[in-house]
Ligand binder design. Sequence first.
Ligand code: PEP
Ligand code: MN
Length: 351
Amino acid sequence: MILPREKSLTSAQLAEVEGILAEYGCTVTVISGTTRTIYAISGDERDEEMVGRIEGLDYVERFDRIQAPYRLMHHASDLSSHKVRLGGAVLGEGFHVIAGQCTIDPKNPQYFLETAHAVKEAGAVAIRGGVWKPRTSPTAYQGDDKALDILLRARQETGLPVSTEVMEDRHLQVVIDAGVDVIQIGTRNALNYGLLKVVGRGTAGTKTVVLLKRGMHMGPVDEFLCAAEYIAAGGNPNVVLCPRGTKPELDGYRNFPDESISPLLKARTWAPVVVDPSHSVGKSAFVPFASLAAAAYGADGLNVETHVCGSKGIGDDPKQAITPDTLAQLVRDCKEIHGRSAGYRLPVQKA
Ligand code: PEP
Ligand code: MN
């Protein structure tokens, strides 16, 4: 990782750096952070001669060699002061909630629009809604491009950023063209390195936030951080980590709740942690408890399924969605708990 002395390298300086790296079989990706641009190296960056030549350039401040399987996401990386902004919120400062339906029903757009206004009223900073859905059965509802228009209408009416999941290159291109604010990578694709790379590259240099769910079969948290690294290494450091429960499920819950990894993640990385309590427990009656626990564990926010009339919803909404009233109460209570638990978090123990 190369940190320039100025905010960024000039094109002539970058060309010189690339020329040196190429002699050692390495390439560079430009990553625009909030305060500075950094230059991530791909390839074996341990060659002492190469490091010496780069460090000898008077416009280079440092050459960092972090010995972790993830370097950009590492808490000590040059990106550690990077801020992930979502609308008016800075994720990682305070407690912020993304809320909305699991699935946008294109046959009943009024529900989504009502939900969008209601979650805004309840204090959400962004609206989620599934346009395309990863379904276990190929005969289940798979989503519909028409739902994207409804998502964009909700953004226009509320003025809030919107979030939706992409599963393939075509979805990615459609949401990039539409300027969708948050791209969700679902649990099933959290290990789809090809998709993670194209999402990182496709959104490089933009304000687009990528919300990466934890893979339901992931074990060590480093596996999660490495998946996030693919997105950052593609050129987009606006990555948000979203624990959402893993397998095997806890009897009676949809998954095994994992909001408890929040402090561990926050010790290893600078990236914000936004917990999904909905897919974790899988039942609307239990979602508030998982949400409060996430706040107590020091997560930076929630990504929670909410519907004005869950029983009329599709996808997970009939089972999992909480009401906007419950959301409003949770936003208040989670903020308070998050604030109170802050005293236990400082000073941060880097693990
Ligand atoms: C969702 O957010 O609706 C979803 C499908 O999430 P996950 O990938 O966590 O199952
Ligand atoms: Mn869902």
